[in-house]
Design a protein. Structure first.
Length: 200
């Protein structure tokens, strides 16, 4: 367990980074300004992080931990039989829940404004979905590699959510429609060779 002072310092740096992202893109945030905003010295910053990219990775790791815990909670509550579609829907729900709960941070993952943040966020989501798909592969025959399936699901859902926002679809409706689309896709058998997933 980390010392309380270290936890407080890191929390302050993370909050400062999030606040600064509202005013400028990640590439233009300096360590000096970040430290000033967080009210910590540069020496203190460098005792915890090598650079601002390491701080950003720490923020993303916090989010990944929270999202993973939520996913496993959802699996235990509503998918004890480990059904294919329900597992992916639980993952989608955990990602969307965290994304909107921490929109103060995730709104800055726009590829036009912050390409590094967008790339980092997408690679984490892609890796998480691919890891889930690797577990699925242990019990079901897949028609495509886990990497291809993860890319298809992630890019498809990202496009669906983005277009829903452009159409000003209410958040609850986006979630409902995204769940339905993902469930229908997975139940169709388009990704697996197993006939037993018709009840997914």
């Amino acid at each position: 367990m980390e010392d309380k002072r270290i936890i407080k310092t890191k929390r302050s740096l993370k909050a400062a980074m999030t606040a600064m992202l509202a005013k400028e893109d990640f590439e233009h945030i300096s360590i000096t300004e970040l430290c000033r905003k967080a009210e910590v010295s540069r020496i203190t910053f460098y005792s915890h992080y090598n650079d601002k990219y390491a701080l950003l990775d720490d923020i993303f790791n916090d989010m990944l931990r929270i999202g993973t815990e939520d996913y496993y909670r959802r699996q235990a509550e509503n998918n004890p039989a480990n059904r294919l579609a329900a597992g992916y829907v639980n993952m989608l729900d955990a990602i969307l829940e965290l994304y909107y709960e921490r929109f103060d941070f995730f709104q800055h993952t726009n590829p036009e404004k912050n390409p590094y943040l967008a790339s980092r966020f997408y690679s984490i989501v892609l890796g998480t979905v691919e890891e889930h798909t690797l577990h699925v592969k242990k019990r079901l025959r897949l028609k495509y590699s886990p990497k291809k399936i993860a890319g298809f699901v992630c890019f498809g859902m990202l496009g669906f959510v983005n277009e829903s926002h452009r159409e000003k679809t209410p958040l609850d409706e986006i979630r409902r429609q995204a769940r339905e689309l993902l469930t229908d896709l997975l139940r169709s058998g388009v990704l697996t060779e197993s006939e037993g997933e018709k009840r997914a």
